[in-house]
Design a protein around this ligand. Structure first.
Ligand code: DQA
Length: 146
């Protein structure tokens, strides 16, 4: 199975950026932990971060060509703004889980709305880096050969 984990704008700053909100792990530490988890199941996890909406959209399109089975995405600030990223995910028709480190529902009102959630298989937020881990766990379970 092939999984893709996408990280949106500013997540390259993890570890430094508001650690009380987003945790102390860096993005590469999170990616490493996800890759370790997947390695024990015969699955590969590719990771990609971009500060650019178009970069993320291009990566989603590429995922189709690469036969990626499942996407875990933290769209970051684009969650609340990007019709185009939503359309890309719907367009490639690859199942995805939306994740957030923080609980967006207990934060500012502008973070309560997501353009992606209604198209996602599920949404996990508020559990720090574990939001990604539990999404990955679900994807691995779904993709297990029967
Ligand atoms: C975030 C929440 C978003 O509202 C915010 O813009 C982010 C990160 C999270 O992981 O908690 O950049 O997606």
């Amino acid at each position: 199975a092939r999984l893709l984990v996408l990280h949106g704008p500013n997540l390259n700053l993890l570890g430094l950026r508001e650690p009380e909100v987003y945790g102390r792990l860096t993005l590469s530490e999170i990616n490493q932990r996800l890759q370790q988890r997947a390695a024990s199941e015969d699955a590969t996890v590719e990771t990609f971060q971009s500060n650019h909406e178009g970069g993320l959209i291009d990566r989603v399109h590429q995922a189709k060509a690469e036969n990626i089975d499942f996407i875990v995405i933290n769209p970051a600030g684009l969650t609340h703004t990007s019709v185009a990223l939503r359309d890309a995910l719907v367009g490639v028709d690859i199942p995805f889980i939306e994740v957030h480190l923080s609980n967006i529902h207990r934060r500012e009102a502008f973070r309560h709305q997501s353009f992606l959630s209604s198209q996602a298989l599920g949404v996990i937020c508020g559990l720090g880096w574990h939001s990604y881990l539990f999404a990955l766990e679900f994807a691995l379970d779904q993709l297990k050969p029967t």
